[in-house]
Design a protein around this ligand. Structure first.
Ligand code: UGA
Length: 437
């Protein structure tokens, strides 16, 4: 079944969802309040770096199956299914999520909804939000009860957004009516055989934050082991390799290093703690405070490793930072551990030169006080120490002899545990990495 669909909010999630749903055969109108962004998207210009998404966007536009607008009235007229893909960042005044963009979208859309339709939330939200928005929607919409709401969380990873959307592990449908379930099952029919879990609103909302909290816990777990390895003179990379052979543990998300960042994991575990506290279940998630603390400690540890290589001080020393994005294959610098470390070193007197294959523009705009280079070699030229902080393939493949020829001191901190220590040491480098002897 083909649906006339709108996607409210053209950020990472919205653009991906809109282009992928057009690819599945639906007619899609996506909305954003930023007129300049809408114009660029209608011209086929993708504002983010995401493998394969640009082609999908331009294919959808060319086929007339995808379009972008700033008009809520047009969206309401156009769509029978409306997806809410707004951002829910951490609030400036604490750990909780800021859901004001979602509220504003419902307030703007609802007064134009005059016929039967389904509004589907995809954003990551504090549990209870769907219930509240359903009341707001039906109170404001001329269609009243005929404007139904559902919650359908998104699990895509940046860098794999298209594949994760077109071949998801599972589809979670939080619904209150048979109508909502029927529409969403038909809507996602073109995905083929995918496990579908149908739940109430609260469970659907929780699945998303529970998944991200689990992933964050797994990363901080191995990073806690890295701290113990450092104290004991053991090697966390070999430890993780051995753990991974146990199927019950598994090797994915068990890479020790600089820890997690980005627009999701850090803010999601904090918002989860804040919401659990409001619900009187704060104790159940108190361990997440430790997960967050372990993660942030890793950034300090990497700074310390670099300082040790410099004999105790950054003052006036040239330092090369390889990586600005929060992870490879992305230009996203939100809560990037790499830039956190770069700024810390700069604040302690280091002369930092940052290079990243795609996130350089974003990094430069956000932190103009840092130094930037246009290649790894340029960043490393004259440096007393080099830090690898985002594991782009081009950094993993760096030749220690070639890089050794341009630096002023052969010290390397492998913040992501992706280099071969023996090869770098053979080439005369002092090699340091979190969790390794
Ligand atoms: C994360 C989840 O993986 C997605 O399932 C979820 O849909 C998404 O958040 C979201 O909430 O929208 P993403 O933020 O794109 O996806 O990034 P991840 O691949 O999860 O990586 C997060 C961070 O963890 C990165 O900084 C990465 O470098 C770090 N990481 C990952 C590690 O330090 N070690 C690992 O073993 C794995």
């Amino acid at each position: 079944m083909r649906y006339r669909t709108t996607v409210i909010g053209s950020g990472y999630l919205g653009i991906t969802h809109a282009a992928c749903m057009a690819e599945l055969g639906h007619d899609v109108l996506a909305l954003d309040v930023d007129a300049d962004k809408v114009r660029r998207l209608n011209d086929g210009e993708l504002p983010i770096h995401e493998e394969g998404l640009g082609e999908l966007l331009r294919r959808g536009l060319a086929a007339g199956k995808l379009r972008f607008t700033t008009s809520y009235r047009e969206a309401a007229d156009f769509g029978d299914v409306h997806f809410l893909c707004l951002g829910t960042p951490q609030r400036a005044d604490g750990y909780a999520a800021d859901v004001s963009q979602l509220d504003a979208a419902v307030d703007a859309l609802a007064p134009h909804l005059t016929r039967t339709c389904l509004v589907v939330g995809k954003s990551t939200v504090p549990v209870g939000t769907a219930e509240r928005l359903a009341g707001r929607l039906q109170g404001l919409a001329p269609a009243g009860d005929r404007a139904d709401l559902a919650w359908n969380p998104e699990f895509l990873r940046e860098g794999f957004a298209v594949a994760d959307t077109l071949t998801p592990d599972r589809v979670v449908l939080g619904v209150r009516t048979p109508y909502a379930e029927r529409v969403l099952r038909a809507f996602y029919g073109p995905l083929g055989e995918v496990p579908v879990v149908v739940t109430d609103f609260a469970t659907a909302e929780l699945v998303k934050v529970a998944a991200n909290a689990f992933l964050a816990t797994k990363i901080s777990y191995i990073n806690a082991m890295a701290e113990v390895c450092e104290a004991a003179g053991a090697d966390v990379v070999r430890l993780a390799e051995a753990l991974a052979h146990d199927d019950r543990i598994g090797g994915r998300f068990l890479s020790a290093g600089l820890g997690f960042g980005g627009g999701c994991l850090p803010k999601d575990i904090r918002a989860f703690m804040a919401r659990a506290g409001e619900l009187g279940a704060g104790e159940a998630l108190s361990f997440l405070r430790e997960i967050d603390a372990i993660n942030l400690r890793r950034r300090d540890r990497v700074v310390e490793l670099a300082r040790d290589l410099l004999g105790g001080s950054f003052d006036g020393r040239a330092v090369a930072v390889l990586g600005a994005a929060f992870k490879p294959d992305s230009d996203d610098i939100r809560d990037s551990p790499a830039l956190h470390v770069a700024r810390e070193i700069q604040q302690r007197g280091g002369l930092v030169s940052v290079y990243d294959p795609v996130a350089l523009d974003n990094a430069r705009k956000a932190y103009p006080e840092l130094g930037f280079a246009t290649s790894a070699t340029e960043a490393a030229r004259g440096a007393r120490v080099v830090l690898l902080l985002t594991e782009w393939q081009e950094f993993v493949r760096l030749d220690p002899a070639e890089l050794g020829a341009v630096v002023a001191g052969r010290g390397i901190v492998d913040g992501r545990n992706v280099l071969d220590p023996a090869a770098w040491r053979r080439a005369g480098w002092q090699y340091r990495a979190p969790g390794r002897p």
